[in-house]
Structure formats: structure tokens, C-alpha cells
Design a protein around this ligand. Sequence first.
Ligand SMILES: C[S@@+](CC[C@H](N)C(=O)[O-])C[C@H]1O[C@@H](n2cnc3c(N)ncnc32)[C@H](O)[C@@H]1O
Length: 261
Amino acid sequence: MLRADLAFPRRFLTSLLGACAFVGASAQAADKPLDVPYVPTPQQVVDRMLELGEVTKDTYVIDLGSGDGRIPVTAAKEHGARAMGVDLNPQRISEANENAKKAGVTDKVSFKQQDLFDTPIGEAQVLTMYLLPRVNVQLRPRILSEMTPGSRVVSHAFDMAEWEPDQRESVDGRTVYLWIVPAQVGGNWKVEGDKPFSLALEQQFQKVTGKATMDGKTVELTDVSLRGDELRFSLDGTAHTVRVTKDGLQAQDGSWKAVKA
Ligand SMILES: C[S@@+](CC[C@H](N)C(=O)[O-])C[C@H]1O[C@@H](n2cnc3c(N)ncnc32)[C@H](O)[C@@H]1O
């Protein structure tokens, strides 16, 4: 499996070199040169990407660099989702619109000829991409600040460097990555409830560590996990499940809430 994982990016980069002439040609069609050449995702991999992202009829999917539109079209046709694709290359946009028409999903899907770096992503519950490592990493801060905690990012072939995926799978020799966008919880929190205490949380992407201080005594939190807007930890043997909201932290059992200190 490792061999396939390593081999695919190499294969992609070979395609990239092969596509250079094409990139040059399309760079004339679009004002800006393409950041990534056109290489379509095999349909089997598209299907699994949408399953991993838990796409349903209530999901809005955005595919950055949508090529012939196969990801948005499949999201609409097979899952009833609304979807949007953006691509710099006008030829790809025509193909994508044609494919949406053939699939009978023009009411659910739209394609825009625009730069993925200028595309707002905050409305998407699922963001899909088949780009390049450098592009993924460039998008990372925007994903973390614009997307709602709990929304999903699914990438074909390339990871996001230090932001480790929540899930990784091999599909037909390709690697597919899933990230759940984490809420921002790092910092100091003042817990108000029957027994007030303070929390100091350190966060790197979805990984959180922390300490609680109560009556002058500081203890490490254990079993800490963050998935979307749900933070869990144990403190002195008691398990806490906490919802992260725009107003602060809220214990699920209603016993306490916390605001930034
Ligand atoms: C590897 S293909 C992926 C196509 C499709 N998402 C798929 O998985 O089949 C990358 C696509 O990104 C488009 N692209 C490259 N740079 C772009 C940019 N800056 N903004 C929008 N699209 C871009 C290319 O034209 C190409 O269609």
C-alpha cells in the first residue's frame, strides 16, 4: 500500500510535466497561468471521496479546480447535493456544464470560471480538491478560518503537511484524505458553574492538550479530543463533552460554560 501511496504523486507529477504544454496553452485562455494541470479523478475515487465527506441532499459541495465537473455532478446526481465547481480554464467549464446537462442536474450544480484562490469557501459543508501539495497548504489558513467547524475537506492524492488528516484511505491505488474542520479552542478559558475553574488549552489543528486549575491546584486534562465543534476531555476522572460555540464553551450536560479569559 505504501508503494502505491508513494507512486501516485510521482505519477501525478509526471502527468504534470506532460501537461506543461497544455498548461501553457490554457494560460492564454485564462489570464492567469494554471496552478495545477488537468488530470481527472477516476470515478471510483470520486464516489469514495463523496462518501467520506458524508455528502447528502443537505450538503453544499465546492470543488476547487473542477475540471470536467465530475465531482459536483456526481454529488448532485448520486447524493442530491447542491454543488459548485470553479476552474480557470474556460474549456473545462464548458465540458462541466455539458456534463451537468447530460446528468440532468443543472438545477443543483453550477460552474464558474474563476481562480480558486478568489473563491469564497465558507458556505461549503464539503470542500473537495485534487490540486498539489503547495496549493493545499496555501489554502489551509482559509479553510481553518472560513469554514464552519465540523465541515469536511476531502483531497485526492495530496495532504496538508502538518495538518494531519482525520482519515486516510487507499482507493484503487490512489490516496484519499479527509479532514474535519476543527473549532478554534486554544487559549485561556474561565469556567463558570457550581465549581469555577480555569482552563488553558493548547491547539495545533485538531490536536488539543490542556490543563485545568481549580482552588490553586493544576491538573492535566486527559483523553482530550476535538472533532469539529465537539471537545471532549477527562478531568479528575470525570468525562466532559463540550460544544464550542461563538459565545464560548458549553458543557453538554449544562453544568458549566466558559468564556475566553
Ligand atoms: C487535477 S485537476 C482536477 C479536476 C477535478 N477536480 C477532478 O478531480 O477530476 C485540477 C484542475 O484545477 C484547475 N486549476 C488550476 N489552477 C486553478 C486555479 N488557480 N483556479 C481554478 N482552477 C484551477 C485546472 O484547470 C484543472 O482542471
